[in-house]
Each structure stands twice: as structure tokens, then as C-alpha cells.
Design a binder for this molecule. Structure first.
Ligand SMILES: Nc1ncnc2c1ncn2[C@@H]1O[C@H](COP(=O)(O)OP(=O)(O)OP(=O)(O)O)[C@@H](O)[C@H]1O
Length: 670
């Protein structure tokens, strides 16, 4: 039964009011679910407050009416505690909003409620935003909500006692709260099962992912798993009380793991060290490492042999390598100048980037979505591979939630899947009660080196379309009967795998030409925007890129490495020679697009540079003061920014270059 269907049987769902629920019905449901699902595999059940004595129910409806004589932990594995906790978040909302959100079919997947003064309130669901009221939010609505939550700390976050919800405030310049983001927190049994083998091994794990992808939820479950299932002494350093929930008694979702609160986020690194020195933990769990000090503290802890499980914001391991505050987590990066002999033996530039030392973490996990992860079992090897322009070994692990019936019950199913040389192996969906069997099978079947294919195979081809209607492209994709996920249209040229453009339009846009040139993106042009030509173009690019992926991608990776190398060279030259010594310095010869990147960096330091040398020997000379560029420098810069398509074709039009001509249409006017 849906939560919304339960609500009409209750009295108005307001702060301080008791909810009524027919006892007989609850007994039937409890019996049904307890027999249907083994512990820890039961879904979140919509029956509301079924097993609490009525006096206790009242205490769950708002922090101000919280009854301290209530049992220390009301959370158990039945899942219905989530309904209680969701109720406490919804109690922050005015009645009309509460009713509308309660009637939403995705109530149990609710992510956040957003209330901004003078605007219509929104509920965020996985399927998108839903307007909760036609009336704008008023000051009283915000006051009503904030009066029921704990104190807002320096990070502008507050919680609701004994729940996992996070209430974040937006303030005006005078400090008054004018907006709230109310994030629903959940303890999800099974959410870390894809990592169970690594957790059990004692590996230190670094989880990275963008905001809201589910990092905290996974890390909370890892803490519980380690403490309860593997009987480890686990200490959580809980910077915003998000892992263990608000209040002094931690949420039952962390099991028997202990939790240290952090007075303010600047103190996180100190509390980390204190945790080790005072409480003899075997495992430390920490959410959101974001500063150099925190990264240093984490690396100190790892050196003491403590299993560390942590999260950081970022999308891929590469993002960490590029982040000066966090690069230490992966061992730190340094620029090394090789001797001529060594450079030619390795076939690389004289200056290369290398990992400085051991990584703080054994494994890295990129969280792609709530159901998909990429595991780098050996983070050090991944970093070394990225720095040297190779593809890292990576395991793709997937989990799926399947809807079982129209009653919106959910049961967790698990897939273990990976790709091996274009072959996709997906094990049968299994009931969670069999999850360990599934995982064991998975772990033993994962080949030690899965290489590039497993990474690339699942990534859709990102296409930047120029001068052609997106609707036509979508229609062409349909005509070709391609998988929906095979092509993704992107508006960001730098992340595109290919460009599909109308020839006449592309010729007129030198900015796009320069951009694709600097990213080395293959171009496909059509002479007309007819569906026939577009379809031909897409077929050609799919075939080329599929066939050429292996030859093509490593080249791009090499290019990335060269860019990193060149930028690091420029940075070191500026910071160690030009600025402190006031001397000019020549960089190594580089391709023109890489020099443009170096030039951007130099300008960020408010310095200027000249291009010197000829042909293959062109390089930048960084000047110690602001000076006018000589004519040669100006001309080269202008050329790269506004170069004609003709130049571009002559530079890239060879069969091994990045220019592809659809249906052999000539690019230049006949
Ligand atoms: N496996 C899951 N199934 C359903 N909902 C989930 C799952 N994992 C997380 N969520 C929900 O998604 C939202 C975001 O999760 P969470 O706070 O863990 O993300 P996060 O990556 O830590 O975010 P941030 O970086 O902003 O702190 C929450 O409402 C959470 O309850």
C-alpha cells in the first residue's frame, strides 16, 4: 500500500499531533512482511508507525516534542522506521505541501524539498522536480520549518534529532534564513553490498562522486557492515552529523559503529587525529575530505595501519589528480625531468608527471549513480596509468532496484556485471538473500586485468551537433534503430566524442573550429540537413568510432597526458623561476593547441609570453613582467583563434588525422 493511501486514515499530520493507524491492519502487514522477507532484505514498507505504542509515536513527530524516555534506538531492519523519519521531515512543511508530497507516487524516493522565499516550493524526485504549492513560500513557512530543527552550524546545516535528514539554509546578507533545502536521509541496507569484498579485505577505500549521488548513504552502510558484520572497532568522524544523524545518540543505521561529532568543519582534521590517538579504532570512516589539511590527516592515519573509508567530491580519479588539495590522497604528483636517453627509451617528453609516493587509499571507487560503480582495485596503478597516458584497469559493478508489484514495494536485486573485450557478462538477477553467493561468484570471476573495454563499452557516445536540428538527429538515431543509450547529445564541446555539423555553418564559425581542433575531436560534416544525410553521418561516425575506438582513445589519453605535462612544466617554471627570481624562461617545444593552454595558464598568473622558434621548434618564452607580445606572438595567437576552415582542413585532413568527411562530401567549396 502506498504511503499516500495510508494518510487519509490518520489525523492531520502536524507537529505534535498523534497519528492513528488501525492496529489490526498493522499486524497483518507486519506478519506478511516478516515472513516474506528475511531480515535486512526487506524493502522500505509504507505502513506507517505500525509497531510503536501510541505514546511513543507522538514523540517521533518533532524534535521539540521528543520523548527522551523512548527506547534508545527505534531503528531496526524492518524498513518501516524510514516512514517515521520521513514523517518527521514532512512535519516541517505546511499542511498543503505535506498533502501534495504525500500523494506523489514516488514519495519513497523523495530526495529533497526546496523552499525559497517568494517562490513556489519544489519536491525533487529522481524523475524530476514537482511543484508542491501554487502559493509562494512565506517567511512564516520558513520559520515553521526552522523552529523544528536543531541549530544551524557554521556550515549552515542542521538536522532533525535521531534522523538522517539534512536541512541546509540559505541566508540573506543580514543573516536571516530565506531558503531551505531539506534533504531526505536514509539508511539503506544493502547499498554497500557491491563493495563488500573490498570492505571485508580490510582495504582502505576512497569513494568519489558528484553531490547527491549517494556517497554518504554508502559510507554509512560500510560503517555498519564493518562494525556489525565484521566486528571491527569503527569510529566515524561525522563532520556534519550526516552519517550518524543529528542528536547525541547516533542513528541505528550506523549499527554499533561509534561516532565523533566535529564542532565545525575546520576542525575535521583535528578530530581525525584525536579519534586515532584516543579511541583505538581499527577503521575510520569520514565523509567529504576536501582540504589539504584533511588529506594530510587522512594520509597520517593510513600510515598507522588503520583501515580508512572516506568520500571526496569529484567524478573520476583524474579529478583528484588535478586537484591540488586532494592529489595527496592518491600519492601526490610531481614533475620529473628525464635524461635524453631515458626519455627516448620511454618514448616520452623530457618532463613527465609521476606519482610522488604511496597512495593513502588502496582502492578508489567512482560512484556513477546509485546503482553503478567503477572500482579501481589498485588506486596506485590507476594513477600511474593515467599519468603515463594508459587506460587504468577498472571493474564496473552494477546493482538494480526492480519494482516487484503495483503496491510499489521494492526489493533489491543485484547484478554483477563487467565487460571483457567487448563481451558483457551479466549474472542473473538474484534475490538479496543470495547476494553473497552472487558477490562471491563475481569476485572470483573478475579478470585481473579488464582494461579499457570495460570502461568504454558502457559510455554513450557524446555528440556535439552544430547547425543541425537536434530533433533531426534524434529521428536519425531512431531510424538507425540504435540503442537509446548509444548516443548522448552534449552541449559541451570539450566533452564531445565527435562533432556532427552542417558544412556551411561550420565554415563560418571559427570559434567552434578552434575548439574542436584543440580537443582533437573528430568532425563529421553534411552538406545538407536532410534526414538522409544526417542518418548517413551518424552511421559513419558510429562505425568509425566503434572500429577505431582502441586506436583512437589511447591517442586522446596521450594527448591528455601531454597537456598535463605541459601545464605542469609551465606552472613549475612560473612558480620556481619567473616569479621568485624575476627571470624569463623558455619552455619545451609543444604543439600549438598545447601552447595555447600554457598561454592561458601564464595569463592567469598575470604574466605574458612570446612564441619563439620556428616550425617544429616553436615554444613559449615566459617573461617576468607584463610586456607587449611581439608581432610573431600576436599573429600566432590570432591564427589559432580565428583560423579559416581551409587551414584547419590542411592541418587535419590527412587520413590519419581527426577529420572525417561524411559520404565523401568535400569540406571546401567545390
Ligand atoms: N541507493 C539508494 N536508493 C535510494 N535513494 C538513495 C540511495 N542512495 C542515496 N539515496 C538518496 O539520495 C540522496 C542523496 O544521497 P547522499 O546524501 O548519500 O548523497 P551524497 O553523495 O553524500 O551527497 P552530498 O555530496 O551532497 O553530501 C538522499 O536523499 C539519499 O537518501
Amino acid at each position: 500500500m502506498l504511503y499516500s493511501a495510508v494518510l487519509p486514515q490518520t489525523t492531520p499530520f502536524r507537529h505534535g499531533h498523534r497519528l492513528q493507524f488501525p492496529r489490526t491492519q498493522s499486524k497483518i502487514r507486519s506478519y506478511y512482511y516478516q515472513n516474506r522477507f528475511p531480515p535486512r532484505t526487506r524493502p522500505f514498507l509504507p505502513h506507517f508507525l505500525t509497531k510503536y505504542p501510541s505514546g511513543y509515536r507522538k514523540s517521533l513527530l518533532g524534535s521539540s516534542s521528543f520523548d527522551s524516555s523512548a527506547p534508545p534506538s527505534f531503528y531496526d531492519d524492518d524498513g518501516d522506521d524510514f516512514d517515521v523519519e520521513l514523517g518527521r521531515l514532512l512535519a516541517l512543511l505546511p499542511e498543503e505541501m505535506r498533502r501534495r508530497v504525500s500523494e506523489h507516487p514516488e514519495l519513497h524516493q523523495l530526495i529533497e524539498v526546496v523552499m525559497d522565499l517568494g517562490r513556489k516550493p519544489l519536491a525533487r524526485f529522481p524523475s524530476g522536480d514537482f511543484v508542491l504549492s501554487d502559493l509562494p513560500i512565506m517567511t512564516e513557512d520558513i520559520q515553521h520549518a526552522t523552529s523544528q530543527v536543531g541549530d544551524f552550524m557554521i556550515d549552515n546545516r542542521a538536522g532533525i534529532s535521531r534522523t538522517l535528514h539534512r536541512i541546509s539554509a540559505i541566508r540573506n546578507r543580514k543573516g536571516a534564513i530565506i531558503g531551505l533545502t531539506c534533504r531526505v536521509g536514509r539508511a539503506i541496507s544493502g547499498s554497500a553490498n557491491l563493495l563488500r569484498d573490498l570492505v571485508q579485505d580490510g582495504s582502505s577505500l576512497l569513494l568519489i562522486g558528484p553531490p547527491g549521488v549517494g556517497k554518504t548513504t554508502i559510507i554509512r552502510e560500510v560503517a555498519r557492515m564493518l562494525a556489525n558484520d565484521y566486528k571491527k572497532r569503527v569510529m566515524i568522524v561525522d563532520t556534519s552529523n550526516e552519517i550518524g544523524g543529528d542528536g547525541d545518540i547516533p542513528h541505528a543505521g550506523i549499527g554499533s559503529a561509534r561516532r565523533m561529532q566535529v564542532p565545525n568543519s575546520d576542525m575535521q582534521h583535528k578530530v581525525l587525529i584525536e579519534a586515532v590517538e584516543n579511541h583505538m579504532p581499527q577503521v575510520i570512516v569520514i565523509d567529504e575530505i576536501s582540504t589539504k589539511l584533511e588529506a594530510m590527516a587522512a594520509s597520517t592515519i593510513a600510515q598507522r595501519g588503520i583501515q580508512l573509508v572516506a568520500t571526496a567530491h569529484g567524478v573520476t580519479i583524474e579529478n583528484l589528480i588535478m586537484n591540488p588539495a586532494l592529489e595527496m590522497l592518491v600519492g601526490g604528483i610531481q614533475s620529473v625531468t628525464l635524461g635524453d636517453e631515458e626519455a627516448s627509451r620511454r618514448g616520452v617528453q623530457k618532463t613527465v608527471l609521476e606519482r610522488k609516493g604511496p597512495s593513502t587509499f588502496m582502492c578508489g571507487v567512482e560512484i556513477i549513480s546509485k546503482t553503478q560503480l567503477r572500482v579501481h582495485r589498485c588506486l596506485e596503478s590507476t594513477v600511474d596509468a593515467i599519468l603515463s597516458g594508459r587506460f587504468p584497469n577498472v571493474e564496473v559493478r552494477k546493482m538494480d532496484y526492480l519494482k516487484l508489484s503495483e503496491t510499489a514495494e521494492r526489493e533489491l536485486f543485484i547484478y554483477s556485471s563487467f565487460d571483457k573485450a567487448n563481451e558483457i557478462i551479466v549474472e542473473d538477477a538474484q534475490d538479496m538473500s543470495n547476494e553473497m553467493t552472487s558477490l562471491d561468484a563475481f569476485s572470483s570471476e573478475v579478470p585481473p586485468n579488464m582494461g579499457v573495454d570495460c570502461w568504454e563499452e558502457r559510455t554513450p557516445l557524446r555528440l556535439f551537433v552544430y547547425g543541425i536540428l537536434e530533433a533531426s538527429v534524434t529521428q536519425a538515431i531512431k531510424q538507425l534503430k540504435l540503442n537509446d543509450a548509444a548516443i548522448e547529445l552534449t552541449e559541451n564541446i570539450s566533452e564531445a566524442d565527435a562533432l556532427l555539423a552542417l558544412q556551411s555553418k561550420l565554415k563560418k564559425n571559427s570559434r567552434i573550429q578552434a575548439a574542436v581542433k584543440s580537443h582533437n575531436t573528430p568532425i563529421y560534416v553534411t552538406k545538407t540537413s536532410s534526414l538522409v544525410h544526417i542518418t548517413k553521418g551518424i552511421r559513419a561516425l558510429m562505425t568509425d568510432l566503434k572500429d577505431g575506438l582502441k586506436d583512437f582513445e589511447p591517442v586522446d589519453e596521450m594527448k591528455l597526458s601531454e597537456k598535463l605535462d605541459a601545464l605542469e612544466e609551465a606552472r613549475i617554471a612560473i612558480e620556481q623561476v619567473v616569479i621568485p627570481k624575476g627571470e624569463s624562461i623558455e619552455l619545451l617545444p609543444r604543439p600549438s593547441n598545447v601552447m595555447s593552454l600554457q598561454m592561458d595558464l601564464i595569463q592567469k598568473y598575470q604574466l605574458e609570453a612570446e612564441r619563439i622558434g620556428r616550425e617544429s621548434d616553436v615554444r613559449l618564452l615566459i617573461l617576468p613582467h607584463r610586456s607587449r607580445m611581439d608581432e610573431e606572438g600576436k599573429i600566432s595567437e590570432r591564427d589559432s583563434a580565428t583560423g579559416e576552415l581551409d587551414d584547419f582542413v590542411s592541418a587535419n585532413g590527412d587520413p590519419n588525422g581527426s577529420l572525417y568527411i561524411v559520404d565523401r562530401l568535400p569540406l571546401l567549396p567545390d
